[in-house]
Write a protein that binds this ligand. Structure first.
Ligand code: NAD
Length: 361
């Protein structure tokens, strides 16, 4: 069977790591017809629009996509293409596996956890009122009347919506993920002791969903304690499920626990479609230099192969990546003991080595 997959190369280092990833995924022997579409800088140059409608149409049609990073101009220019994709496709679950890999410098060698972050609500819903505006003055007055709380008049306000439906679908996703991937425990992370309305709701929903999945252990933990536990005993955790803001922070903490950006894959998943991508950005200063590590995107390719049901090929690619990192020869500068090691390989040479390894098996 031939799978159709949308490939968005992205910009900065995106095109180099995308090409490297495409080559190793093809080398697994899985038949994939790549539907290559541009977003970000390449799309602006061609059409004036960073996210042309055919990109979203292609992902909707194929239901599975993999992308390189896309630059978001700070404080000017176009809106984040990543945020637009998440919104337009309702990609509500952000999934980041964090596993210690032999050969990657890190504090621990026994971490194997998955962070599931809610992607659509919470303080990231984009509902904000700037200081000094008539809207914020009205809101401050309304809150004083309804709740008796005094908010300083020179405040800005961001709104934190947390819904029953949004919480239910992310926690259900985490349990389903645990069941399908042989995981034993789900930990819901919150601050319900302080935010009784929003995080309290999240926790209640998580407990209700947990009761529907008796074969998976469940626990809850307050987010500040979670951070300390992760730094001290990360091996105690399996699948973490978090609202958007805590998820954003804790997922970076977990990526740091296992050695950082060069090897950290991710996925954004909705009811209809799944979009896989490395968690790092477009590292513009390295663009076009054949220097950066393509493995984070390649591990995203492993997740994608699993998602489309090609589990055996996914295992082969993951093992090839793990073995290559452990051997420490065909790896980029960031995986060498010293970053200025002259024997570090380039992006395309890492792909060459992996293609050769996969072709031998
Ligand atoms: P970044 O991840 O692009 O780079 C930070 C540093 O990490 C780099 O300078 C480099 O030293 C290192 N690094 C990143 N990827 C690497 C790799 N594959 N191999 C080796 N080293 C690597 O983060 P940034 O500089 O904050 O962001 C640059 C741009 O990327 C911004 O415009 C940002 O908005 C965008 N971004 C996009 C995505 C996405 O498309 N999903 C995610 C994060 C950031």
């Amino acid at each position: 069977m031939t799978h159709r997959v949308t490939l968005i190369p992205g910009d900065g280092i995106g095109p180099e790591i995308s090409q490297a990833t495409q080559r190793v995924v093809d080398a697994t022997g899985v038949a994939i017809e790549w539907d290559v579409v541009d977003a970000g800088e390449a799309a602006i140059a061609r059409t004036g629009n960073p996210l042309p409608p055919e990109v979203v149409e292609s992902i909707r049609r194929n239901r599975v996509a993999i992308k390189g990073p896309i630059t978001t101009p700070v404080g000017k220019g176009f809106r984040s293409v990543n945020v637009s994709l998440r919104k337009q496709l309702d990609l509500y679950a952000n999934v980041r596996p964090c596993r210690s890999r032999k050969g990657v410098r890190s504090r621990y060698d026994n971490v194997d956890l998955v962070v599931v972050r809610e992607n659509t609500e919470d303080l990231y819903a984009g509902i904000e009122f700037a200081e000094g505006t008539p809207e914020v003055a009205e809101l401050i007055q309304w809150i004083a009347q309804k709740n008796g709380a005094t908010i300083r008049p020179d405040s800005a306000i961001s709104i934190k919506p947390i819904s029953i439906s949004g919480s239910r679908r992310i926690v259900e996703f985490a349990f389903k993920y645990a069941e399908e991937n042989g995981r034993k425990k789900v930990t819901a992370v919150h601050k319900a002791n302080i935010m009784k309305a929003t995080d309290g709701l999240y926790l209640r929903v998580a407990e209700a969903v947990a009761a529907e999945h008796p074969d998976v252990q469940f626990e809850n933990i307050i987010v500040d304690n979670m951070c300390m536990q992760l730094v001290q005993k990360p091996d105690l955790y399996d699948v973490l499920v978090l609202p958007n803001l805590y998820g954003d922070i804790v997922s970076d903490l977990c990526a740091g626990l296992v050695g950082g950006l060069g090897v950290a894959p991710g996925a954004n998943i909705g009811e209809e479609v799944a979009l896989f991508e490395p968690i790092h950005g477009s590292a513009p200063k390295y663009a076009g230099q054949n220097k950066v590590n393509p493995m984070a995107m390649m591990y995203s390719g492993v997740m994608m192969l699993n998602w489309i049901g090609e589990r055996e090929a996914a295992d082969r690619l993951e093992n090839a990546l793990d073995e290559t990192i452990a051997a420490g020869v065909d790896v980029t500068y960031d995986l060498k003991q010293r970053r200025d090691d002259p024997t570090a390989k380039g992006t395309s040479q890492v792909a060459d080595a992996l293609v050769a390894k996969l072709s031998k098996r």
